[in-house]
Write a protein that binds this ligand. Structure first.
Ligand code: SAM
Length: 239
């Protein structure tokens, strides 16, 4: 009985996540600016500085969506594959690449839980604002570990829970009350942004997520909180 229940819950989550990103794909970039007042750009710049992509490396940007992280890494000369489960998000990314005359990126439709890449293939695995949408986070982490070379690095940026006193309440109000309204006004899509707020609230806290990364086999796991942990950069090494 519990198996049946879990199955319904999971297929619902997969369907919901698919619908959310298909429905927001074309407005995704505008919405990010509207929702975070442009701050997501600074977080993403900081993330890429931490990853330090280098020429000749091969990097998998998982749940890469429309390519925000990949476009920031490509000038390093690293070979970058953007992988995402959602065809519409990837199509939006390819459109951006064509507009920019950017032909160096490889775009691939993949489920983070079951990657179609060989073992020990990449020097770095990045996932930004993606892992909280994955149904089985442990499977995605195991796959990240599998496809990395020995000596490879894992970097993840995700919303977490801020520890700044007072700010947590402000953020809660913002994400549950204001954000869905911004979603409605800009993208005419309140439900998708309500889902996003809920998925952020449900994601494991920083220390717990760090332990999950260590359980997947990564060493020297670290967490760097931004804005008190509103956003967190987790990292680890496959040794
Ligand atoms: N990384 C990009 C960025 O920061 O702009 C996109 C982030 S977007 C909030 C989340 C992405 O995760 C969506 O493109 C969605 O399709 C993708 N996603 C959700 N579940 C996934 C899964 N199981 N495997 C791969 N991608 C997934």
């Amino acid at each position: 009985v519990s198996f049946g229940y879990e199955e319904v819950e999971e297929s619902e989550k997969v369907g919901k996540v698919g619908a959310v990103f298909s429905s927001v794909a074309s407005k995704y970039d505008v919405m990010n600016d509207a929702m975070s007042a442009g701050t997501h750009r600074l977080w993403k710049d900081r993330f890429v500085r931490r990853v330090k992509p280098r020429a000749g490396e091969s990097i998998l940007d998982m749940a890469g969506g429309t390519g925000d992280i990949a476009f920031r890494m490509v000038d390093s000369g690293a070979d970058i594959t953007v992988a995402d489960i959602n065809a519409e998000m990837l199509a939006e990314g390819v459109k951006r690449a064509l507009d920019k005359d950017e032909t160096r990126l490889v775009w691939s439709q993949q489920n983070a839980e079951e990657l179609n890449f060989p073992d020990a293939h990449f020097d770095a695995y990045t996932i930004v604002f993606g892992i909280r949408n994955v149904t089985h986070i442990d499977k995605a982490l195991a796959e990240a570990h599998r496809v990395l070379k020995y000596g490879g690095r894992f970097y993840c940026m995700e919303f977490s829970q801020t520890k700044w006193p007072g700010f947590d309440k402000v953020y809660e109000t913002y994400s549950h009350k204001i954000l869905p309204k911004v979603g409605k006004a800009v993208a005419n899509d309140e439900a998708s942004y309500r889902y996003l707020a809920e998925s952020i609230a449900k994601f494991p806290p920083m220390e717990k997520f760090r332990a999950m990364i260590a359980d997947a086999g990564f060493s020297q796991t670290k967490v760097e909180p931004l804005m008190g942990g509103l956003v967190a950069i987790h990292s680890g090494w496959k040794v």
